[in-house]
Write a protein that binds this ligand. Structure first.
Ligand SMILES: [Cu+2]
Length: 463
């Protein structure tokens, strides 16, 4: 456990340095290494026109909070299930001990009503991560249980403000209540989409930040199916991190013509220079073809504080092992339709009642372990996972517990940026490389939850 004295010392390191503008970002709560949270039923006014009931959160009347912790400091989350349904909590993107990964049957027994589980780990990597349930995943995520987990760098990069946006799409009827959150038609295609686009459970919220200041904008796509195509047409700045990790290869600024693709599970960190005139705004849009849909706005307030992107300290690289491609072992995976057969057994974690998808010709239970690993990776060695998509749909493929580098594709130039979730395009073959440096059984699945829950989910063993 981190001592109180050490905690205070690290907290002090974050305090304002007069004249440098390198203060703890205004909108950021202090790090908290020890939380106790109850998964519970919630209600909230998502639309501005009435309360939506039957939501799931960590309090009865608010979105799941942004959790903020320190790199290299032990974190403890004591999670209690106050729902009637079973659940578990997964910490997406973090390289943690296998028994803390929150995957039912594979790494823990799912939590029944009033059961608790204590998750404890020390994050090696700084960056933007998130949490969500991994049992009854479809139901609980669709009803709201997704939140951001921020691991702060040991030295603050020097932003004036920080704004976090958890992008979520909810599927509501005219009465503001949930409609069917999945459909067989959606599960067999690109997923079932919501009709209420939100950021932090609000429609088109506006956030204020100092005019001429530097904002760290952290965006999470935590939807169950929507692939965002983001644009910041009025914005100026740089993309500093993707999926938690500082970018190695530059990522172009997201425009309407060339939006940034953020698929379910992915995150982006943007260093944004605010406009210099009070009242000026920057819009965050998602594009569907040429049609723009507003998600949130940032508004400049006060006098121009005249900070420049160049004043920021570069994000330090996370301590990742670089795979050696020349002697890497290649493992092939085929993602496709499901052969007919029995429904996989999902234990207490909910079934949608049909299968459409498969990995290596087998439909797997989406929230349980199935019959055996898809591959066994030798611990400490470099590996290439060859991901072949036989389907005409896109799949954001997520691997737990390990961080990988996309290295080549038969369809496009890929950026060699570290990630835990890579969007596999239709009929694409994508090679990803990694060092298998974390022992255990790691879930490996599509993050379109309807695909995950209808066959496109398995696990990889590092031994
Ligand atoms: Cu998929």
């Amino acid at each position: 456990m981190i001592s109180r004295r050490r905690f205070l010392q690290t907290s002090t390191a974050l305090a304002c340095t007069p004249g440098l503008g390198a203060c703890t970002p205004q909108n950021a709560a202090p790090a908290n290494q020890n939380v106790s949270l109850d998964i519970q039923a919630a209600q909230f006014d998502l639309t501005g026109h009435g309360i939506t009931t039957d939501m799931v959160s960590l309090s009865g009347d608010a979105p799941p909070p942004v959790l903020r912790i320190r790199q290299g400091a032990e974190f403890t989350a004591h999670i209690t299930n106050r729902l009637k349904d079973y659940t578990s909590m997964h910490w997406h993107g973090l390289r943690l001990p296998n028994e803390m990964d929150g995957v039912p049957y594979l790494t823990q027994i799912p939590m029944g009503e009033n059961d608790a589980y204590t998750y404890r780990f020390t994050p090696q990597d700084a960056g933007t991560y998130w949490y969500h349930p991994h049992c009854m995943t479809m139901d609980q995520m669709a009803r709201g249980l997704t939140g951001m987990l921020i691991v702060e760098e040991e030295e603050a990069p020097g932003f004036d403000d920080e704004i976090t946006l958890n992008l979520r799409d909810f599927r509501l009827g005219r009465d503001n209540q949930f409609k069917d959150i999945y459909t067989a038609r959606g599960a067999a295609r690109a997923g079932t989409f919501g009709n209420v686009l939100t950021a932090n459970w609000q429609r088109q919220p506006v956030y204020d930040a100092a005019a001429g200041g530097l904002v760290r904008l952290r965006i999470l796509a935590s939807d169950t199916s929507r692939i965002y195509r983001l644009a910041l047409p009025e914005g100026k700045g740089i993309i500093i991190a993707m999926d938690g990790h500082p970018v190695v290869e530059p990522v172009p600024w997201p425009t309407k013509e060339a939006p940034l693709i953020l698929s379910p599970g992915q995150r982006v960190d943007i260093a944004l220079k605010m406009p210099t005139d009070e009242g000026q705004e920057i819009s965050l849009l998602t594009m569907s073809g040429n049609r723009e849909r507003p998600l949130a706005r940032l508004r400049a307030i006060g006098r121009d504080i005249k900070h420049a992107i160049g004043d920021l300290r570069a994000l330090p690289a996370n301590p990742l092992s670089i795979p050696r491609l020349e002697n890497a072992e290649v493992h092939e995976f085929v993602f496709g339709w499901s052969p007919s057969g029995d429904l996989p057994n999902n234990g207490f974690c909910g079934t949608m009642g049909y299968t459409f998808w498969s990995i290596n010709r087998t439909p797997w239970p989406g929230d349980a372990s199935g019959t055996g690993p898809l591959a066994v990776l030798k611990h400490g060695k470099s590996h290439i996972l060859r991901l072949r998509n036989e389907s005409p749909n896109e799949h954001p493929i997520h691997l737990h517990g390990l961080t990988f580098l996309p290295i080549r594709s038969n369809k496009r130039a890929v950026a060699n940026n570290w990630t835990d979730t890579a969007l596999l395009l239709r009929e694409e073959t994508l090679d990803i490389a990694l060092v298998a440096d974390n022992l255990g059984d790691w879930a490996f699945h599509c993050h379109v939850i309807e695909h995950q829950k209808t066959g496109l989910a398995g696990y990889i063993r590092v031994a």
